[in-house]
Design a binder for this molecule. Structure first.
Ligand code: KG4
Ligand code: ZN
Length: 333
């Protein structure tokens, strides 16, 4: 069965093709236009999706060496995300489904991030734990099987990706802030500033990042920003990044100590591309004696491959959406 995945929930226009559980194409076009505004501008994102979607899907077909008539089903993100952006992908999928007379299925973007763990992975063990760390979400999922997962905990305020993005803004770095903090921190001392490792009282699986962001803001304001050089920024960024990562690892460890049957730990979503996070996981893995697995970098940030993967597992079991499905910008999992 050949599934085309389409993802347009935010500022990536992406298409991907899966042939019987095997990824054969993945095209991601990241909108550059938002950089100069320091964040995603929803109207510009919709316009970019509209401009790019045909080219991106054609590029995916061409990479897969398939023809449009070879596609058996379409999986498309219908939420959460930006209304205008979701509309472009969803309507495109509906039109393709109608004209080719094949099923289409709306996929929850967050479930897509859970399925990103299964791309190019033939050693999936259940139950496993998935820490989903993206720009809008920080959640711990106990995954018992495909399509069977329970939320154990999540952030009570900012998501980890948001903490990276807002922190970068405080430090005068570009958007998106995660990759910028990651890059500059490589030259920094992560012990330079003693930032707090926030805990949520009596909720060991929950996270809170807004206090950490405030701690960064106060620390930065207490310094004379005119005399700070790149080295100082690198030290502060590295210390801040370390506090976010340590906090995430603590949440995982709290789950593992109470759920002895968990066989693997997965970390997915944009923040999972962080190089220090990936590096530190080695020691953590040894300490907990359990594998910690990150998807390949290109499947951490938003991509249609994970949407196609989720779609494949569902469409093969006969699931499909009706044509009256609408985008749901605040869709929950
Ligand atoms: O999963 P994603 O691409 O989109 C959402 O579904 O939100 O995640 C985007 C988030 C942004 O906050 C971005 O700053 C963060 O992931 N991010 C990173 C890195 N690359 C992306 N955070 C830390 N280090 C990175 N290397
Ligand atoms: Zn995402």
């Amino acid at each position: 069965m050949i599934i085309l995945g389409i993802e347009t929930s935010c500022d990536e226009t992406s298409a991907s093709i899966i042939n019987n559980n095997k990824l054969i194409s993945s095209i991601v076009y990241t909108h550059q236009i938002h950089k100069k505004y320091g964040g995603v501008v929803p109207e510009l994102a919709s316009q970019e999706h509209l401009n790019e979607i045909i080219d991106v899907i054609e590029a995916s077909l061409s990479e897969s060496k398939l023809k449009i008539k070879d596609i058996d089903g379409i999986a498309v993100t219908y939420g959460p995300g930006l209304m205008g952006s979701l509309l472009i992908g969803l309507n495109f999928a509906k039109a393709m489904s109608l004209s080719l007379d094949i099923p289409f299925l709306g996929i929850n973007h967050l479930e897509g991030h859970l399925y990103s763990n299964y791309i190019e992975n033939d050693n999936i063990l259940f139950p496993h734990l998935c820490l989903l760390v993206s720009g809008g979400h920080t959640q711990l999922w106990l995954v018992n099987n495909y399509d069977d997962f329970n939320l154990l905990g999540e952030t009570i305020d900012d998501a980890a990706g948001e903490a990276f993005d807002k922190g970068a803004r405080i430090l005068g770095l570009d958007y998106p802030g995660g990759p910028e903090i990651d890059k500059i921190s490589k030259n920094g001392d992560f012990n330079f500033v003693k930032f707090p490792r926030p805990k949520v009282k009596n909720k060991p699986y929950n996270f809170s990042f807004s206090g950490l962001k405030t701690a960064l803001l106060y620390h930065f304001k207490s310094l004379n920003s005119n005399i700070l050089d790149e080295n100082d920024i690198a030290n502060i960024a590295a210390s801040y990044q370390e506090a976010i990562i340590d906090t995430l690892f603590t949440g995982i460890s709290n789950v593992i100590s109470n759920h002895k049957n968990i066989k693997q730990i997965y970390i997915s979503g944009g923040v999972a591309s962080n190089s220090r996070f990936r590096q530190k996981s080695k020691a953590f893995e040894a300490e907990l004696d359990i594998s910690v697995i990150f998807p390949k970098l290109q499947y951490c940030t938003d991509n249609a491959a994970m949407i196609a993967m989720a779609g494949y597992h569902k469409i093969i079991n006969g699931k499909k959406s009706l044509y009256d499905i609408s985008p749901v910008p605040n869709l929950k999992l």
